[in-house]
Design a binder for this molecule. Structure first.
Ligand SMILES: Cc1cc2nc3c(=O)[nH]c(=O)nc-3n(C[C@H](O)[C@H](O)[C@H](O)COP(=O)(O)OP(=O)(O)OC[C@H]3O[C@@H](n4cnc5c(N)ncnc54)[C@H](O)[C@@H]3O)c2cc1C
Length: 825
């Protein structure tokens, strides 16, 4: 019979104690816990504070009495182990309530003391009486008592890790105004920046504010105010300190056990501690859980992972080892998951940051797929990122963000990593499928296919953080989505050649087939199809934007100042929807990814009459922003926007008079505007586009009649192969090809003036000429290219952009007859 002592009675401690008993009925097992509670669910604490877990008792997985009765374990709570005497194999225990100290001998000693919250000395911190950490039930009780007494309205959470993020959500549930402050430029360190940004955006959609890349430099007014290093001052009724944890290693250090660079107890693969001086393995002392350093399963390097799975697994293995079973802790992957309101963020293995630090070469691949068959109601998207070795397909890690089933996909990949499978094995995984649960090709299979394509060199990736620079340097970036999608939003500087039209529009691509071409779409799939079309037509240097706009726009939101539409507008909605004259239609766009819901809205609106109401349900959170933007630009009215669980419900009213191509209405006004654009100068063309859009916004019908040099505005940016006489060809070479190449009328100074004006436009947020042109087209401005001047200047239709009309002066005169204003620019 052995006498086994355990320090710490929660995740690791309680697991090892019960397994020890299950393996040996006779051993003397004593578990010491400094606090009141053992075997409680610390992972549930934030949800208890948010009111989701309603009963405090539910947090206690097993009571002391229950453990004693079931497992005959001697549990001593309020008992702190304060010293280890390795020579005599004894420990000293302090009874917390009385201060009395006694000794206990051991045959085996297991340390599972966990980790404690870090507290950085900051001016005013000690005087603040509203600062809390969250580690255990007493911490939770303190926060709860503060809530009941002080009824806080504003919360600042310092630290955007798992606990900080969970607390933010739960405080929002309690209707607090919440700000997360973090030194890093992202939340949730196990995720890479762009996946963390998906999570952050979702939190912002739910009202959480962020102050990233800064720290608290002072707690003022007893914690009621926080001064940040970036100069901002935040009001805080309650503050949660969640900047990280450090291992509880006092006992280990005092006992001469070896600790790592960050203070974690070092152990062998059998989880035995090591003597600091001699480096010898201590046969009778084990350490587990948050307090220890572990091997990274990916490459056997040293790491530390403070999560419940490793603590539980290690607890069981130690009990096995003590009972002479053969064990080896194979290392940790750090698989983790966190709820982000209606979304889930999960990860496993190494992320890009870690691999860069380790100087390991890797490739990435993203897929965005429905969590189950799209035709079965309620399908929702999951974005999966896989990081792998392109040489042998080894999977380094994976991250995912999405809805139900997100963590299941990461679990499958974690299993694959532990099983030594490669990305080439992922398509071979035969996973469960029926429409409510998955697709015949599960997102994990698809992730394997996509990564396999990158590994096989079928296409090359360009990353979201490279694309702006490429555009700045004049790179050829093509949006391969439909023009409607492009119209809703696109990467500034990208031209639009839809994948479905690409085979017929190859003339718009650079003549030199070696020129780098960067394609993108929403999620990467259409871009991939476009890559294949170009490859099949002899282009050799093609890149596809990894993750598509889904990733790019998560990182670089199209309009940072954009306000989200108000969620609740029930009164207005009720008034409108109760009118019996008005026809109502409802469409279900749930499960469709951006821009699917907008496309469905557009299609439905086209069939409706002015004044009719359309209710659209969607699960894509981008829909909230897109439908607002779309309705504004098409003259339809967004009557209300509600959120019902995971569903975004928009009610739109079709505008009174249809606008061409928009399924909407004109805002009124009888007079039309016609502009004769004669000039090929940047400034003059800009003026005409701005006036045209302004007039359009006021509901006027607008025609821009482009003649002579004004035709240059409508030229395609790339060389188009057309047969022309030499003189006309010369003309073509001399004239600017499209808005990008146009110069200012005065003070051009060999191009310097034009560059300067473009710089000023950017600074002042004036959209580029080419973007303004597209905006004008999207807004329904009618462009007419003067056929007479085309003839004189030798410009052919193929050289001009799509979506314009061709007519002679008669047509212009007909329009100007109806016009209230006619301008000649
Ligand atoms: C709020 C919160 C939420 C979390 N959510 C998740 C989650 O969702 N998923 C996940 O995987 N992980 C989560 N974790 C982490 C997870 O709880 C830990 O990784 C796990 O509990 C570690 O187990 P452990 O045994 O090492 O330490 P703990 O479970 O912390 O237990 C250590 C115990 O040892 C006691 N102790 C320390 N020193 C002494 C001493 N000298 N004498 C006597 N007793 C001592 C401490 O009082 C403590 O009760 C969460 C943690 C917190 C705090």
């Amino acid at each position: 019979m052995a006498k086994i002592l355990i320090v710490g009675g929660v995740a690791g401690g309680a697991t090892v104690a019960t397994r020890l008993r299950r393996l040996n009925e006779k051993d003397d097992i004593i578990m010491f816990e400094r606090d009141e509670f053992v075997s409680f669910a610390n992972c549930g604490l934030p949800y208890y504070l948010g009111g989701i877990i309603q009963s405090r008792d539910r947090l206690i997985v097993e009571t002391i009495q229950g453990l004693k009765d079931k497992f005959n374990i001697d549990i001593r709570n309020f008992s702190e182990v304060i010293q280890i005497d390795r020579a005599h194999k004894t420990i000293k225990v302090k009874r917390v309530k009385t201060g009395e100290v006694y000794e206990e001998s051991y045959d085996k000693l297991i340390l599972s003391p966990g980790a404690k919250p870090i507290r950085i000395p900051t001016p005013g911190l000690d005087q603040a009486n509203n600062v809390f950490s969250l580690r255990n039930i007493p911490d939770t009780d303190k926060i709860k008592a503060f809530f009941d007494k002080e009824n806080p309205k504003t919360a600042v959470i310092i630290g955007g890790g798992f606990i900080g993020v969970e607390m933010a959500e739960n405080f929002i549930e309690q209707k607090l105004s919440v700000t997360i402050v973090d030194l890093a430029d992202q939340i949730l360190a196990p995720l890479d920046f762009e996946i963390a940004k998906l999570a952050q955006n979702e939190m912002e959609n739910n009202g959480v504010h962020f102050e990233l890349g800064t720290v608290v430099s002072e707690f003022r007014n007893e914690g009621k105010e926080l001064l940040l290093k970036n100069g901002k001052v935040l009001a805080a009724d309650i503050i949660i300190l969640a900047i990280g944890i450090k291992p509880e290693n006092d006992l280990a250090i005092q006992a001469g056990l070896k600790v790592g660079p960050r203070g974690h107890i070092i152990t062998t693969k059998t989880l035995q501690a090591i003597d600091e001086k001699t480096g010898e393995v201590t046969n009778d002392i084990y350490a587990i859980g948050d307090a220890i350093e572990v091997y990274d399963f990916v490459d056997d390097s040293k790491t530390a992972i403070a999560l419940a799975w490793p603590a539980n697994r290690q607890g069981r293995l130690v009990a096995d080892h003590i009972n002479d079973l053969k064990i080896s802790y194979k290392g940790s992957l750090g698989s983790s998951v966190v709820k982000i309101f209606d979304y889930i963020a999960a990860s496993t293995g190494n992320n890009e940051k870690t691999l860069m630090r380790k100087k390991v070469a890797y490739d990435v691949s993203y897929v965005t797929r429905g969590n189950h068959a799209g035709y079965y109601p309620g399908a929702e998207e999951i974005v999966i990122k896989i990081i792998f070795d392109s040489k042998d397909g080894k999977i380094f890690g994976a991250q995912a963000f999405g809805h139900e089933g997100t963590e299941k996909r990461i679990d499958v990949i974690a299993t694959a990593i532990k099983g030594g499978l490669t990305i080439d094995d992922l398509p071979d995984l035969e996973l469960c499928y029926a429409p409510p649960f998955s697709s015949a090709k599960d997102p994990v299979n698809i992730a394997g296919y996509a990564a396999g394509n990158v590994k096989a060199g079928i296409y090359k990736n360009v990353r979201h953080f490279e694309i702006d620079e490429i555009i700045k340097n004049g790179g050829f970036v093509v949006d391969s989505r439909t023009d409607l999608e492009y119209g809703i939003h696109h990467i500034e500087g990208a031209i639009n050649i839809p994948q479905i039209e690409m085979r017929n529009r190859l003339g718009e691509f650079p003549e030199d087939k070696n020129t780098p071409i960067y394609l993108y779409c929403n999620i990467g799939h259409t871009g991939y199809l476009a890559v294949q079309i170009l490859k099949g037509n002899g282009y050799t240097n093609i890149y596809n934007l990894a993750g598509g706009l889904r990733i790019y726009s998560a990182v670089y939101q199209f309009d940072k100042n954009e306000q989200l539409p108000e969620f609740h507008n029930p009164e207005e909605r009720k008034a409108t929807t109760m009118n019996p004259e008005i026809k109502k239609l409802k469409i279900d766009a749930c499960g469709l990814q951006c821009p699917g819901p907008i496309m469905e809205t557009f299609k439905a609106m086209e069939k409706m009459n002015a004044g009719d109401l359309l209710e659209v349900e969607a699960t894509d959170s981008g829909f909230q922003r897109d439908v607002d933007k779309w309705s504004k630009s098409t003259g339809n009215v967004l009557v209300s926007m509600e959120k019902d669980g995971k569903i975004y419900r928009a009610t739109l009213q079709k505008g009174a008079a249809p606008v061409e191509n928009a399924g909407g209405q004109s805002a009124g006004g009888n007079a039309n505007t016609t502009i004769v654009l004669f000039s090929g100068d940047l400034d003059k063309a800009l003026a005409s586009l701005i006036i045209a859009q302004g007039a359009r916004a006021m509901g006027k019908s607008v025609t821009i009649f482009a003649t002579f040099w004004g035709l240059n505005l409508l030229r395609k940016p790339n060389k188009v192969k057309v047969k022309k006489p030499f003189v006309e060809k010369m003309f073509g070479w001399m004239m600017p090809r499209g808005p990008k190449k146009m110069k200012i009328s005065k003070m051009n100074f060999g191009g310097a003036g034009t560059l300067m004006i473009k710089g000023v436009m950017k600074k002042k947020n004036v959209r580029k000429l080419e973007v303004q042109l597209q905006d004008a087209l999207d807004a329904g401005v009618n462009f007419i290219a003067c056929t007479m001047s085309m003839d004189i200047m030798g410009i052919q239709k193929a050289e001009l952009i799509d979506g314009i009309d061709y007519a002679g002066v008669a047509s212009y005169l007909a329009d100007s007859e109806k016009a209230g204003i006619t301008l000649f620019i």
